[in-house]
Design a binder for this molecule. Sequence first.
Ligand SMILES: Cc1cc2nc3c(=O)[nH]c(=O)nc-3n(C[C@H](O)[C@H](O)[C@H](O)COP(=O)(O)OP(=O)(O)OC[C@H]3O[C@@H](n4cnc5c(N)ncnc54)[C@H](O)[C@@H]3O)c2cc1C
Ligand code: SF4
Ligand code: SF4
Ligand code: SF4
Length: 399
Amino acid sequence: MKNNITNNSLCSGCGICSAVCPKDCIKTEENDIGELRPVVNENLCVDCGKCKTVCPFENRMEKYIAPTGNCFIGRAPGFSENASSGGIATYILSKMLTENTVDYIVSVKQGNGSDNLFEYCICETTDELLSCQGSAYYPVTLCSIIKKVKNIEGNVAIIGVPCFVSAINNLRKQSAFWNEKIPYLIGIVCGHTPSKLLVDVLAWKSGHKREDIKSCKFRIKDGSRPAWDYGVRLDFSDKTHITSFGSEDFGFLFWRKLFSQTSCNNCYDVFADDADITFMDAWLDEYKEKNEGTSLVICRNAKIEEWLQKLVDGGYAVEADISKAEMAQKELIEYKKSGGENHKSQEKLKEKIVKCCIDNKEDKNISEKIKRICYKENLKSTNVFLWLLMEIKDRICGK
Ligand SMILES: Cc1cc2nc3c(=O)[nH]c(=O)nc-3n(C[C@H](O)[C@H](O)[C@H](O)COP(=O)(O)OP(=O)(O)OC[C@H]3O[C@@H](n4cnc5c(N)ncnc54)[C@H](O)[C@@H]3O)c2cc1C
Ligand code: SF4
Ligand code: SF4
Ligand code: SF4
């Protein structure tokens, strides 16, 4: 691409650049490490630079901003069973539809096919919203759906991670059309979005290939485990399935951000301040050990707050000081505050893991190999002598 936007490693594949391209020459494709990235038809590109004007990483927040808004903690009856946290996100989205605040909700559902396990969709009913519950720890893009939104009659609310919310807000600031079309932005706190390799590795470990995956559900709840020990379930076309939880391989691969996108290691936005409401987990001592999951919500919109107040009146939620949001996201805030420069070692580790995945595609022992890389990396800083011995041994064995 002439204006270099796609060469920028700081991209999360939101696809909003495609909405402003006058030549309609941007599409989003998966790259060779399982991330979604914009691809520009250079024959059509006129180098106008419009795509850069909406990109959250070209117009990005340079430091962490403390949360603003009113804070609520609780669960939504009828919405929490299959939810990631307490289901308040789906409760609010459903209210927005049923009380005609917007005509449609753009949210994320299970996708079609093993290359596309999750995708954005346009919801018109509460049932459709209920089928979207859970968290897609998987790359998604607004690239094609934003074109549908452009032509749809009526207005929409869009739910997204902070960088997506920021991109859509940039789009709204540029044009009255988009401002009217998307009157509400719904944010979700985001620690990182892993590449598709995370799911691939779990499939390979169970003796399957990516093509064998029929569906994937993150944030499955097991009544015997605390809320923080959530899991993922993969169903395969041979009618078998696997589950993996936070205290197992899934947690090892996900929480260590081993497949994190470079943009996520350079992201300062925790609370999606451009959103009317932001949802997250109540990772607080009094809630995280409970097994059912609890939502923490920051609301910045008076109309939406009325629906939260109904949960409070019903005894399902409580109002809390905004400092609870910072307490719940303490570790994430520290990570994001410390800035990209401090995550260089994480980036190097990720490079090694990704190379290992490429070299050991579909290998059943992949997670052991990844764990060994992490172990060695840790030794480098704790016991350099032992690390050297392992390194020499590996080189002799050609590992
Ligand atoms: C990639 C990612 C990272 C996250 N990291 C954190 C974190 O570090 N700390 C934390 O407290 N919370 C995090 N969350 C938010 C958390 O997982 C829950 O989504 C949130 O608490 C809402 O739960 P709920 O029960 O209210 O929502 P539910 O009722 O389960 O509804 C979830 C809604 O989110 C939508 N959704 C799911 N995945 C995506 C996606 N990728 N992009 C846009 N919309 C999506 C669904 O379509 C659905 O509408 C993350 C979410 C994602 C997707
Ligand atoms: S520079 Fe202009 S024409 Fe080229 S991809 Fe970006 S928006 Fe489209
Ligand atoms: S607007 Fe989104 S998809 Fe386009 S370059 Fe920026 S982050 Fe990537
Ligand atoms: S961590 Fe930041 S850059 Fe990465 S997906 Fe989440 S909001 Fe976007």
